[in-house]
Write a protein that binds this ligand. Structure first.
Ligand SMILES: CC(C)[C@H](C(=O)O)[C@@H](O)C(=O)O
Ligand code: SF4
Length: 472
């Protein structure tokens, strides 16, 4: 009998094409996603060596980081952004890669389009020159971000040398309180284990709270694995996964579906398998969370207060908190609900999917955005945008005063026209609150879509349950 294995070990083992003593394993890569930021030098490298793309059919490119989210029928105005996007287009054409240009049906944030097109499947190895590739682990794929030289290696060979990672089980049992979401689960996990808590590990999220999440919610959780320093984050595929995938453009169909599903069912961690490290959270204790600092581990329940650095026992944490509060323009001890914002950003590969937009529309329906507040609602892809419009969500949002945009990374990282001004404070459904992340001097509070929407209405950090009844 083979020894009991975890989900990640099974997927890893199935992809080893070469193993040698003291050497990293050479892994076969099933899907390589490409965007305009981390690919230009990789393609240049191929050209220099006269090489081709080994499997153009397993390589998919999209434009996301640099695209504007308004007037997308026009040329990109910024010359640097335009060059990056034009370069990707030229490379995709030269090397025969499927490419989704700005404004086309299949375009969107790289981590949104893979799953929605059924390209992302359980048991696969998936890489992209992007740290949030961990998103795809929600399907039980082993998915991780790689650097540009590795992008070149995968383009040329469809393989990647990798040293095995350790395994980490993050179990969230029980049931979430009403009003808490997948985003709150991952923010609470980050609050517990910190930004280094997953370092060197592949995380597997398990337990009844994770099992009860939709695929959208599972993607939100896996997306932020990298914020804990984990190499990847995975969830065992189950009925929820299969129902999400069935009928998607690139998912197996007919007889191959049944075969695929049977195989996917074998991927779950064996009952006797052990992890190198385990963390447990009680779902019942996970309340809506917001970040108060400048890394995604600096979070607190919305019901709480901005921490007082002097109360922190650890000297390193105390200094980090002092510095963060200074940048954030916050005083320790301030109730989080009293923190007013200038901007609300809803979107990104963390929370730019249809379920996220539904959650926002549910709060917006019959209400108004606080006066003077800037909002951006940015669907993660054109498919998400089209579905939202089919469901009438855009009308609800526009009537409430939200700005309804075109797909892209947008204000998640401000590599495009959507940026915060210095000192501007933003409630954001994205994944990083680093200094300057959303624009130089901008201040970010990471929140769930529901909290973002309620904050837009209230003008300060708020949960939907804080708001007066709609229409009142
Ligand atoms: C631009 C890209 C390399 C970067 C990443 O790797 O994550 C970006 O997507 C981000 O979210 O910071
Ligand atoms: S939405 Fe944000 S986190 Fe996701 S790929 Fe784009 S920039 Fe990175």
């Amino acid at each position: 009998m083979t020894r009991p294995r975890t989900l990640s070990e099974k997927v890893w083992d199935a992809h080893v094409v070469q193993r040698g003593d003291g050497e990293p394993d050479l892994l076969y890569i099933d899907l390589h996603l490409v965007h305009e930021v981390t690919s230009p030098q990789a393609f240049d490298g191929l050209r220099l060596q006269g090489r081709t793309v080994r499997r153009p059919d397993l390589t998919i490119a999209t434009e996301d980081h640099n695209v504007p989210t308004a007037d997308t029928h026009l040329q990109i105005a910024d010359p640097v952004s335009r060059t990056q996007v034009d370069t990707l287009r030229a490379n995709a054409a030269e090397f025969g890669i499927t490419h989704h240009p700005m404004g086309s049906d299949g375009q969107g944030i790289v981590h949104i389009i893979g799953p929605e097109q059924g390209l992302t499947l359980p048991g696969m190895t998936i890489v992209c020159g992007d740290s949030h590739t961990s998103t795809h682990g929600a399907f039980g794929a082993l998915a991780f971000g790689i650097g540009t030289s590795e992008v070149e290696h995968v383009l040329a060979t469809q393989t990647l040398p990798q040293s095995p990672a350790r395994t980490l089980a993050i179990t969230v049992d029980g049931e979430l309180p009403a009003g808490s979401t997948a985003k709150d689960v991952i923010l609470a996990i980050l609050g517990r284990i910190g930004t280094g808590g997953g370092m060197g590990h592949i995380a597997e999220y398990r337990g009844s709270v994770i099992e009860a999440l939709s695929m959208e919610g599972r993607m939100t959780v896996c997306n932020m694995s990298i914020e804990a320093g984990a190499k990847a984050g995975m969830i065992a595929p189950d009925e929820t996964t299969f129902r999400y995938l069935e009928g998607r453009a690139h998912a197996p169909a007919g007889e191959t579906w049944a075969e695929a599903e049977a195989h996917w069912r074998t991927l779950a961690t064996d009952p006797d398998a052990t992890f190198d490290k385990e963390v447990r959270l009680d779902g019942a204790e996970i309340l809506p969370h917001v970040s108060w600092g400048t890394n995604p581990g600096q979070v607190a329940p919305l019901d709480g207060r901005v921490p007082r650095p002097e109360d922190l026992a650890d000297a390193g944490e105390r200094q980090a908190a002092e510095r963060a509060l200074e940048y954030m323009g916050l005083a320790g001890g301030t109730p989080l609900r009293e923190v007013g914002v200038d901007t609300v950003f809803i979107g990104s590969c963390t929370n730019g999917r249809i379920e996220d937009l539904r959650a926002v529309a549910d709060v917006a329906r019959g209400r108004r955005v606080a006066s003077g507040l800037r909002t951006l609602v940015v669907p993660g892809s054109w498919k998400v945008k089209a579905q939202a419009e089919e469901e009438g969500l855009d009308r609800v949002l526009v009537e409430a005063g939200f700005d309804w945009r075109d797909p892209g990374c947008s204000m998640c990282l401000a590599m495009n026209p959507d940026k915060l001004e210095p000192g501007e404070r933003c409630a954001s459904t994205s994944n990083r609150n680093f200094e300057g992340r959303q624009g130089r001097g901008g201040r970010t509070h990471l929140v769930s879509p529901a909290v973002a929407a309620a904050t837009a209405v209230a003008g300060h950090l708020a949960a939907p349950s804080d708001l007066a009844p709609a229409g009142a």
